[in-house]
Design a protein around this ligand. Structure first.
Ligand code: PLP
Length: 358
């Protein structure tokens, strides 16, 4: 299917930022993508317009009951100047799974990817090409009907904005750095039957408190436990969590309380292809802590679009601090990062067919 979107280009393009001082999500490109939904016409009027504030009624559903969702993916520039997206069809599928949970309308997956490609194409000069940099893509949908009753909105706005982002790692050579995690045993992120598997803003607003606590305890990230027994490990911050114990790699199963990460899915496929024993099973904090104390916990890493692979070198649990793998980046974490980042940037052959050219 060939989709046509109306383009209104800006007369006042911004100056491109210094690629060395991008940070994350602070700078936005010249244009954004908008598309409306109503019950009669479905998704319609997809258009590219100059980036700027949205005008909305103060009674819009999103402001009161939080009916919204978001996604995150990246566009990379290869050494030859080609523009690649990484598995955008997976973001489209996850959007529809989230929308189903939030009583928001489904969107055709091809249309979804076409909207992203159209905007990235217009903004291709904004994609930085220094090592570790990318163009972060943030699609989101808000219920914007002006109505204070509690029911699903009858009108939605689909928006895509783009942000050139720097390397997630602040080491001088742009290489991986090991982070520390604080095991959160008071606040919870997600409950069975809740919205933990959906990428919805409310999950993140509710998690800020634990993030502050982790920072106050000298850790970069939170390790979330299950909400019922506060016993099993689930996720690390806004990433999925992997643990290597006795040469086996374990990650939490997709039972509705964790976000089904696209990086998680890709890492599982790579590890299995490489012949590792990989288990999608519950892992108790007690077993994890015992393994760490006995020196059997070889590696811990978090996976997500922002950092790709984020190695963990220290764990704080009930006032005790334990080092993991001498606090250094482990060989499996490094190999996964090199492979995935290599595929995403076109430096490693994409044998899985994961990349899509814009
Ligand atoms: C987005 C997200 C992830 C990672 O998903 P990716 O598709 O790999 O970027 C993991 N956990 C949470 C809570 C998230 O929001």
């Amino acid at each position: 299917m060939n989709y046509e979107f109306k383009k209104t280009l800006t007369d006042t393009p911004k100056e491109k930022p210094d690629p060395k001082s991008l940070g994350f999500g602070k700078i936005f490109t010249d244009h954004m993508f908008l598309m409306d939904y109503d019950t009669e016409k479905g998704w319609h009027d997809g258009r590219i317009v100059p980036y700027g504030p949205l005008q909305m009624d103060p009674a819009a559903v999103v402001f009161h009951y939080g009916q919204e969702m978001f996604e995150g993916l990246k566009a990379y520039k290869t050494a030859e100047g080609k523009v690649l997206l990484f598995r955008p069809d997976m973001n489209a599928k996850r959007t529809n799974a989230t929308n189903d949970r939030m009583c928001m309308p489904q969107m055709d997956e091809d249309l979804y990817v076409a909207c992203i490609k159209a905007l990235v194409d217009v903004e291709r000069d904004w994609i930085p090409d220094q090592p570790g940099t990318a163009l972060y893509i943030r699609p989101f949908i808000i219920g914007d009907e002006a109505f204070l009753g509690v029911r699903p909105s009858n009108h939605y706005l689909f928006v895509i904005i783009l942000s050139p982002v720097g390397s997630y790692y602040e080491s001088s050579n742009g290489g991986l750095v090991a982070n520390s995690i604080f095991v959160e045993d008071e606040y919870v992120r997600s409950v069975p039957g809740g919205t933990g598997y959906a990428k919805v803003g409310g999950n993140y607003a509710g998690a800020l408190k634990a993030q502050e606590k982790a920072h106050a305890n000298g850790c970069e990230q939170v390790l979330w436990l299950d909400a019922i027994e506060k016993k099993y490990v689930e996720e690390i911050g806004t990433s999925n969590a992997f643990f290597m114990i006795d040469n086996e790699i374990i990650t939490a199963p997709l039972t509705g309380t964790i976000l089904p990460g696209i990086t998680r899915n890709s890492v599982l496929q790579l590890l299995r292809n490489w012949g590792y024993t990989v288990k999608e099973e519950r892992l108790s904090m007690e077993d994890l802590f015992t393994a760490a104390k006995e020196g059997r916990l070889q590696e811990v890493f978090a996976t997500g679009t922002a950092a790709v692979i984020s190695p963990i070198g220290r764990l704080v649990y009930k006032g005790q601090s334990l080092e993991i793998g001498e606090g250094e980046v482990g060989p499996v974490s490094q190999k996964l990062y090199d492979t995935l980042y290599g595929i995403q940037t076109g430096a490693v052959k994409d044998e899985m067919g994961w990349t899509v050219t814009v």
